[in-house]
Design a protein around this ligand. Sequence first.
Ligand code: 5AD
Ligand code: SF4
Length: 449
Amino acid sequence: MKSVYVFTLGCQMNVYDSEQIVRLLHPLGYSSVDDPEKADLVILNTCSIRQKAFDKGFSFLGRIKKRKKDNFDVIIGVGGCVAQQEGENILKRAPYVDFVFGTSAIHRLPDLVRRAENGEKISDTTEDGEVIETGGNPNLPDEITPSGFVSIMRGCNNFCTYCIVPFVRGREKSRDPNDIIEEIKRRSLKGMKEITLLGQNVNSYGKKDDMPDFPDLLHMVSEIEGIERIRFATSHPKDLSDKLVDCFKDIEKLCSHFHIPVQSGSDRILSDMNRKYSVKHYLQRIEALRKVCPEIELSTDIIVGFPGETEKEFNDTLSLLKEVLYDNVFAFAYSDRPGTRAQSFENKIEDAIKKERLNNLLDIQNEITKNKNSAFMDKTVKILVERQSFTDNGTLVLNGRTFGNRIVHVEEPLSTLFENKKFKGEIIDVQIVKTLGHSLKGRLSEVKS
Ligand code: 5AD
Ligand code: SF4
């Protein structure tokens, strides 16, 4: 058997795509390994959302270049958003790369790899008119995990002025609902209990294609036997309908967590970002969510240092954080992306100021997250165990998430009570004994008397 190592950068969609890459290459005789030094085929799945992610891809290639020198037969492939954006340029910049495949070319990978095995250099960045997902193919092997991702739509029509996604992932295309349901059913039969529905803007699922809309799809997924938890990412506040809000009341399996990127707390910056909502509208949506589901946990994305952002506008973002009190925030310094509208905006903010604002914001949010976490002290929560291991001294370690998406680590000294017990894939009660900055520590409720 030949071996493939896939290195994944970027978002959850890339994680899903990397899983598809491994499935697709199985019939060609490749099995997945977790050491690039041992692989016959090395695939890099890239991200171009910010310059840092873009650079990370090339630095990985720099490291893997030596393998090609030592063993000319190793095949190196580059996929994902940078591949879509740069195509042939990658073959010029890194001549040791054998093939490049864009965001729509994943399903053509078996053919591309066969050709690369025969010494051909290829760049395939052709876009398809429709979504071709391989996740629905029952003849490919599945990795069995308690929690999984499924793509429900691809691309984005929103053209936020800072964002490269519409350029590298194309226009919005929704996947056939029956194909989605079949894939989730198949994987749930194999033991998957939690599913995260993925798309750049899942709230607009089906809208353009005369299909069930997103809330309808959530109801359909909730009827699948074996699925106990449903999550989704990512949403756009302008498309957060009352019908979707009601799902948090009506669908028991829908996890009490909403990732709702706000990006900025200033109306002027939101308008320059082309976000198409005001802070007031956003806060009303949060209020509606909290009304139907008071325990809902909220997370968001923020960009600091967008071109022209004044100190006052940055402070408006801080005020918003203090008002909403998010459970988790992903904050980024604005990064110029080629071809986006914001790239040509004037009044770019200096790197040092962006860094200062980012640190300032993270300090405030870390305190909020810490306080939110401390409210869990001594409480009993239900976690889905995603990983189970034993340390060298025999301590049982479990990792999982609560219904509201909080990360929980459990450590139990060796005990005959659970020596041969399988926890992975189970939803168990855990008592929180310590709260940390970004996670919780627990003990098994039934063991701790
Ligand atoms: N610079 C900084 N952050 C960005 N994001 C998207 N584009 C950029 C950019 N050019 C952030 C947004 C988005 C998240 C996935 O990445 O906050 O929600
Ligand atoms: Fe990018 Fe905006 Fe589309 Fe999200 S909604 S992918 S931020 S363009």
